[in-house]
Write a protein that binds this ligand. Structure first.
Ligand code: FAD
Ligand code: GLY
Length: 378
């Protein structure tokens, strides 16, 4: 009989790799299985914003997770650097949300009203203040809100650092291997089935992002999971034009990256797994980005790309055990916030597996069995 792992993680994106890192730290024998190359899907396409406040305008069960996860980044950056020598590019220079139209202004004011009661560091900016902070952002805005604690990282480097940290700490990684089904015995998972073999494990964690529904159908449940394509581009400028990330209410954001790069994102195209970049998508992003910063017209073109976000029916990720099979865990559906939520998701899932619980977080909203979470296939 082949080796039995304590945990097999299906999916080599940021969520699978963060969980792998936390599980090997707790002494488990871990295997990560990825159908393509590691970090080749959403996790390498992401802008890397840590938008724990910018992504939420009203109360949500995700907010405690998002705030906790964002707070983990400084220590995590040091830990990963020490283990892997990879610098995840943590930048803590804040995020400015912008409104241009009357209706965007109204929405932004509502978002500000929500956050100002919870966090006095969130500020409404007058035009002069916006100009002082970011002189290259147009004065044509109708409103601006400053969130000093929403930072950013290099998403691909963070994902790789998790993978490498897991690997140097003892995890095995297998690429170009697709999991097609699960080994089960009564109500217990016993491993996974790939196209060529059975691999046995006491726990299986499904972290396959937008591809989760297809795989979970094999276990008799239907997840509410929709792929949402996001297209991005990057340009390079002669001089640095931005300090903070700027994020317009119409969905266009500009994230300053190393080497005077500006990452401009992102479109949201529902129900497609095709990662082609469309002329229309890039054209609209460029129009919006130039409205925010007219100097962009002079920037040097670098590249475009796209990734597939995993969106659930109610917008909340699935974090928890399968309703039928013990030892089968889900960590998926992080939609727009998988980079931000990767540190906390790794810790939560590792604690659930090794301790059976997590002391500090109420995870009921993320269980598969929540209202409208899944349907059983009869
Ligand atoms: P993925 O990275 O997609 O990884 C899943 C992996 O599972 C893939 O590698 C896939 O090949 C593998 N897989 C699938 N099926 C199988 C199988 N049967 N067997 C084996 N392997 C399999 N989030 C933020 O927090 N901040 C941002 O600024 C941000 N910006 C974004 C911008 C864009 C354009 C996009 C597209 C996303 C952005 N996100 C952002 C969201 C974030 O990228 C995702 O939430 C996150 O990457 C999801 O990680 P994952 O590991 O679940 O999925
Ligand atoms: N969080 C940014 C995006 O998903 O585009």
């Amino acid at each position: 009989m082949s080796k039995i792992y304590d945990a097999v993680i299906v999916g080599g994106g940021i969520i699978g790799c963060s969980i792998a890192f936390q599980l090997v730290k707790r002494g488990l024998r871990v295997l990560v299985i990825e159908k393509e190359r590691m970090i080749s899907e959403a996790s390498s396409a992401a802008a890397g914003m840590l938008g724990a406040q910018s992504e939420f305008s009203s109360d949500s069960p995700m907010i405690p997770l998002a705030l906790k996860s964002r707070a983990m980044f400084p220590q995590l950056a040091d830990e990963l650097k020490e283990l892997t020598r990879i610098d995840i590019g943590l930048v803590q220079k804040g995020l400015i949300k912008l409104a241009f139209t009357e209706s965007e202004l109204c929405e932004l004011q509502q978002q500000y009203q929500f956050w100002k009661t919870l966090d006095s560091s969130v500020r409404w900016l007058q035009r002069t203040e916006l100009h002082e902070l970011e002189p290259n952002v147009t004065a044509e805005v109708s409103g601006a809100m400053y969130i000093p604690n929403d930072g950013q990282v290099r998403a691909g480097d963070l994902s790789l650092a998790f993978a490498k940290a897991a690997s140097v700490s003892g995890a095995e990684i297998r690429e170009y291997t697709e999991v097609v089904s699960f080994v089960t015995e009564n109500d217990q998972v016993r491993g996974v089935v790939t196209k060529s073999e059975f691999i046995y494990a006491d726990n299986v964690i499904v972290a396959v992002g937008a591809w989760s529904a297809k795989l979970l159908r094999e276990t008799g449940i239907e997840l509410q999971m929709h792929p949402v394509k996001g297209e991005c581009l990057s340009v390079i400028t002669e001089q640095p034009l931005l300090q903070a990330t700027v994020f317009a209410k119409n969905g266009c954001y500009i994230v300053p990256k190393w080497g005077n790069r500006l990452l401009i994102g992102a479109t949201s195209i529902a129900n497609t797994f095709h990662k082609h970049v469309s002329v229309q998508g890039i054209y609209r992003l460029l129009e919006r980005a130039q409205q925010i910063m007219p100097q962009l017209a002079e920037a040097k073109w670098e590249k475009t790309w796209a990734g597939i976000r995993p969106q659930t029916g109610d917008g909340l990720p699935y974090i928890g055990e399968h309703p039928i099979y013990k030892g089968l865990w889900m960590a998926t559906g992080h939609y727009r916030n998988g980079i931000l939520l990767s540190p906390i998701t790794g810790v939560l899932v590792a604690d659930l597996i090794t301790k059976g619980k997590h002391e500090n977080m109420n995870l009921s909203s993320f269980q598969l069995s929540r209202k409208n979470g899944i349907t059983l296939i009869t």
